[in-house]
Structures are given as C-alpha cells and as structure tokens.
Design a protein around this ligand. Structure first.
Ligand code: HAM
Length: 428
C-alpha cells in the first residue's frame, strides 16, 4: 500500500515543534492585550464574494490562489486567504461601529493560499494580525508599526529591515497610475509576461516585481511619494515624525506596494534576509475604503498580519527559538505489574493536582525507564518495585543533584508540593 501523505504545501506540527508555536502564540496574545486589542475570531471559510470585493479581482490572490468550492446550495465559498476582509465583514455584520469609538481586533489562525510551495511559502499557514477600525489618525499607523517591530524585538530579532511607503488614495492615485502606464507602455517588451498582463489592470504591482529586467525598467519611473495629494502627504509626514519619536528605524521604499487592492496611504513590511525569496515577515497597511467597499459606512482602517512559519525559520536560523522547558516534574519508573497497577491511580491524582507526571507504559526494565526519564529531562524520578510497594515507600531521585531518598508513598504529593515550591519551578 502506498503511504498517505499530507496535502502538498501543508505540514504537521509535531509535539516538540508545537511547543514553539504555543510560545509564539502566547507572546502575540500578550502583546495584543498590552496594546488594547480584543480577539475577533471569524470562520475559516467565507462567501467568495467577500474576497473578490475586498482583496480585489486583479490581485494574484483572487486570480490564482484561492481555494474555492461550491456548497450543496450552489454558493461559492472560499477558505480564507487572509484575515482583514473577514474582520471587516464581521465589523459591519455586528454593527461594531455602533458601539462608538475605535474598534481594535486581533486574530490568530490558519489561512489558505494555493501558491507554489517553497521554503516559507505554504498552502495552509498560520497568521496572526490586528485591525484598527474607525480612525484615520496617523498615530494608529505608528502604533501598529511599533507593535509589529516590538513583537520581533522581544523575540530577539533586532536588525529589522523595516520598509515603509505611502501609496496614496483614490484622490491622488489615478493620476499616478496614468503616469505609470504612460511611462511603462513604451518599455513593455522588456517586461515579464506577468507585468505585461498587469500593465493596464494593476500597474502599481509592477513596482515590486522581482524580475531583474522589470526592475531595470521600473527603477527609472516617477515615485508615488512625489505625487501624493496634500492629505496623503501630511499623513505620511506626521507618521514619519511619530516613528522617529518612537525610535523606529525604517527604510523609505517607494517600490513597496503590496498585493492587495484595499490599501490606501501607508504600506509597510518587515523583511528578513535569512528567509530567501519569501522574505516578508509581516505585512501592514491602511485601508480607508475597504469597509465601504464591503457594504458598511465609510470607515478608515489599518492593520498588520504576520506569518508564524517564517518567523520560526528566522528564529531557527539565528538560534533564537524560544526555550520551552516542559520537563516532567516526576518520571515514575514502575517495576512489575503489581506496582504498575497500584500506582496508576496516584499518577492520575498527581496530574489532577497540577504536576506533570510521566510513567512507563511498556513494562520496560529499570535501566530503560531511567534512560527514558533522562531523555524526557525529568526533574525527579520515582522508583517503585515490589519491595517498595510492600513497604509503602517510593525512592525519589533528584536528577540534577543526584540525591536519592526513600519516602512514604502517601507523602508523595506533599513532597512534590514542597519540592517545587522551594525550588521555584513554576514551568510545567
Ligand atoms: P500578507 O502580506 O499577504 O498580508 O501576509 C502577511 C504575512 O503572512 C506575510 O508577511 C507572511 O509572513 C505570511 N504569509 C503570507 N502568505 C504566506 C504563505 N503562503 N505561506 C507562509 N506564510 C505566508 C495580509 O495577509 C494582510 N491581510 C495584512 C494586513 C492586515 N493588512 C492590513 N491588515
């Protein structure tokens, strides 16, 4: 029988790795709480129209990368390729604007894009992000950018390549778009096939094409930041001043446009050289027209999203993976059927009391069980054989100190409580 494998572009998270994922998730949730964001959890699939309208018909995601299917009622559904459109849909559906003020939401979960898999690019990947709805103040942009930067800094990634741009708004972008088409059209034979097909429909995307021939052509074209309307220019200038004040070092990158149609004004990415071709750790942007585009009252918005797999790749490459202890408090080596059965209820009771207790389930020799205790990094090992059982005792060994003592089995729970209180080991 041929082996069955996980679908292309997906992966399993094995228990050791899962600990790192949990650490990242815990840190993300902690920072989101510190910045005042509340969790908004949306379905993994939505009506396809949401992404067509929200992300834009001419984007790569909508044209080529969505996992869409038809349900039994002939409705087209799509596994969410990102979180922003869904948050906006929920914001409108639950009339969250009605509660007044600025809405601050975060999400954490799997996203799906049918891309060609490669290092750092999956078809199911984990993303977390925040969205702020209801304020056009550049302080929101500064807050979200600093949240992203601080998140990576706290994990030890200090040398961040922070890229920033403003791509204008429906006021000033059409003129730039026209200028772009007029400048690029005469050089169209030098552009790649993808850029040629986008030239009329979405010329801004040509600016961040990675093809060296296209880059040669686009490096000479006028910069969008030189054609911003007064409102976009003021917004950008205030944002830069705020970032300088916060102490965030950024690189102005006039070729940064990002792959969604919903963006207005600020766009931002953090890149990491160690990631190779898929070098974006996170993507950030303002989307002042998206709520109206999805059927709500005009409401400005701004948010960021980051991929967990790419972050783990960077942490791994720099030897910064979070150290997750997770060592058992106690490994119980049990010898003989009688001891195994007699101690079984106690194992459960200790776990109920909050201790991480491991025990052998294969009836192996004492030597094999001690080896397993070592491998699991157990802090204490307890040995109960027939003699100990008859005497109502357990031999406890402190693995690191190498000390050993015999105590009454009935005192075991109290012993653990005292030991872990005095040694201050809180991590389970
Ligand atoms: P995005 O740039 O498409 O933005 O994705 C954000 C991050 O998700 C990327 O920087 C990357 O780390 C990760 N990512 C994207 N695609 C993949 C993939 N195929 N495999 C692994 N990781 C991936 C958004 O999704 C926007 N919704 C961000 C946003 C929020 N803008 C405003 N609010």
């Amino acid at each position: 029988m041929p082996k069955l494998l996980a679908p292309k572009g997906t992966y399993d998270i094995l228990p050791e790795r899962a600990k790192c994922f949990r650490k990242i998730e815990a840190l993300a949730r902690q920072i989101f709480a510190e910045y005042g964001y509340g969790e908004l959890s949306t379905p993994i699939f939505e009506y396809t129209e949401l992404f067509q309208r929200g992300i834009g018909e001419t984007t790569d995601i909508v044209e080529k990368e969505m996992f869409s299917f038809t349900d039994r009622g002939e409705r087209s559904l799509t596994l969410r390729p990102e979180g922003t459109a869904s948050i906006v849909r929920a914001y409108i559906e639950h009339n969250l604007a009605g509660s007044g003020g600025v809405g601050k939401y975060y999400y954490y979960g799997p996203m799906f894009r049918c891309e060609a898999p490669q290092a750092g690019r999956y078809r199911q990947f984990l993303q977390f992000g925040v969205e702020t709805l209801g304020s056009s103040d550049p302080r929101v942009d500064a807050e979200i950018i600093s949240l992203a930067v601080n998140f990576y800094r706290r994990l030890g990634i200090a040398d961040l390549d922070v890229n920033l741009n403003s791509i204008g708004c429906p006021e000033c972008r059409p003129a730039y778009r026209a200028k772009l088409i007029a400048t690029l059209q005469p050089a169209s034979e030098k552009l790649c096939r993808n850029c040629n097909s986008r030239l009329e429909r979405n010329p801004l995307r040509l600016l961040d094409c990675k093809n060296p021939h296209c880059q040669e052509v686009t490096k000479k074209i006028p910069l969008i930041t030189e054609t911003l309307c007064p409102d976009c220019r003021d917004h950008f200038e205030v944002l830069l001043t705020l970032l300088d004040g916060i102490g965030i070092t950024y690189r102005l990158n006039p070729h940064l446009v990002r792959g969604f149609d919903y963006y207005t004004k600020t766009v931002f990415e953090i890149l990491a050289g160690d990631l190779g071709a898929q070098n974006a750790l996170c993507g950030v942007g303002r989307y002042d027209g998206l709520v109206a585009e999805c059927g709500g009252k005009p409401t400005p918005g701004m948010g960021f999203a980051a991929g967990v797999e790419r972050l783990l790749m960077v942490l791994e490459a720099r030897n910064l993976l979070p150290q997750v202890k997770g060592s058992p408090h106690l490994y119980l080596a049990l010898l003989g059927e009688k001891a195994q059965q007699a101690i079984c209820p106690q194992v459960i009771r200790l776990r109920e009391a909050g201790f991480l207790v491991e025990t052998d389930l294969l009836g192996r020799s004492l030597k094999a069980q001690m080896k397993a205790a070592n491998k699991a990094n157990a802090i204490l090992t307890g040995v109960v054989g027939e003699d100990e059982l008859t005497a109502g005792k357990i031999i406890i060994r402190q693995m690191e100190a190498g000390q050993q003592e015999s105590i009454p089995l009935t005192d075991l729970e109290q012993y653990l409580k005292d030991f872990f209180r005095t040694t201050n080991i809180s991590e389970k």
